[in-house]
Design a protein around this ligand. Structure first.
Ligand code: IPD
Ligand code: CA
Ligand code: CA
Ligand code: CA
Length: 279
């Protein structure tokens, strides 16, 4: 659709700059936003490019950007807002680790209706528009079909040093360690969700994310036939920063493991395992 093409074009243009910067990462200006939170001239340049492209195409849409913050929509009629992470996986990028993305979503009246996540090094453009399916480049994608968590590869993200919920996260991780076929921490939440949509990861969970880390991924996973919720099973991902994604079976089992682990009463290790796996 025209709107998806605008988003794809903006992501590709920003990504060209990122590829150049990735080639000479030692020359970038890097500063800290927090104790373990970095931003570089590559992030800022990418965001500037995307913003310019999108506002050229739709001058009255608002913005929510990781680096630039919020710009209110103008004009009448239904309100639209772009949600942008110009470089998801900054830490990978700055270490020369080839796993990062540009991600853009479009929200209409508070609902995410389209999203693109672009991995420039693999030239993989993930795109989805509500009601029209999810794609990587021109190929339709679907979430994986595995139905037992113990057979699954599940992605996650480990909260940064400055995040508040380390104890809760460790409980969740302990439960998932015992109940999955394998856990992965690749360092880009946007790509984690794109990989769930593409059936590479069977599922994904993380806490303390920001709206721009998840927005495009949410519509990608849904349009790929998957299910997305926050950690409690409700739909407040964008408000709570918590997310669980997968097919309905994997989502349900992950939700169950996480809820069990978060329940107050201390448990014996055996109780955290799926019944079939208990010694
Ligand atoms: C980060 C990545 C990472 C996630 C962090 C995010 P950034 O985004 O998505 O996978 O674990 O919580 O902050 O800062 O590289 O755009
Ligand atoms: Ca960041
Ligand atoms: Ca991010
Ligand atoms: Ca970012």
């Amino acid at each position: 659709s025209p709107i998806l093409n605008v988003m794809i074009g903006a992501a590709q243009k920003a990504a060209r700059g990122l590829i150049r910067d990735f080639g000479e990462v030692e020359n970038l200006q890097v500063s800290r936003k927090g104790p373990a939170d970095f931003v570089s001239s590559a992030d800022l340049k990418s965001e500037k490019t995307i913003r310019a492209e999108l506002s050229k195409a739709r001058p009255d849409f608002g913005f929510l950007m990781e680096e630039g913050g919020e710009i209110k929509a103008t004009g009448t009629g239904p309100s639209h807002r772009w949600i942008i992470d110009p470089l998801d996986g900054t830490h990978n990028f700055l270490h020369g680790i080839p796993h990062f993305a540009v991600t853009v979503a479009l929200e209409r009246e508070g609902e995410i209706i389209a999203g693109v996540t672009y991995d420039p090094l693999r030239d993989e453009m993930y795109s989805a528009e509500k009601g029209y399916g999810a794609f990587v480049n021109d190929r339709r994608i679907r979430v994986a079909a595995r139905r037992q968590l113990i057979d699954c590869v599940i992605a996650t993200g480990i909260p940064r040093a400055d995040k508040p919920n380390h104890t809760e996260y460790l409980k969740m991780l302990a439960g998932m360690m015992k109940n999955t076929g394998g856990l992965r921490r690749f360092g880009s939440a946007a790509l984690d969700l794109a990989y769930v949509a593409a059936g590479r990861f069977d599922g994904f969970f993380e806490i303390d994310l920001q709206p721009w880390d998840m927005a495009a991924g949410i519509v990608l996973v849904r349009e790929a036939g998957g299910f997305v919720s926050d950690i409690t099973g409700a739909e407040a991902m964008m408000d709570t920063g918590g997310i669980i994604a997968g097919n309905t079976a994997v989502h349900g089992q992950t939700h169950k493991v996480l809820s069990t682990m978060l329940a107050k009463r201390p448990r014996r290790p055996d109780e955290t395992m799926a019944p079939g796996l208990r010694p």
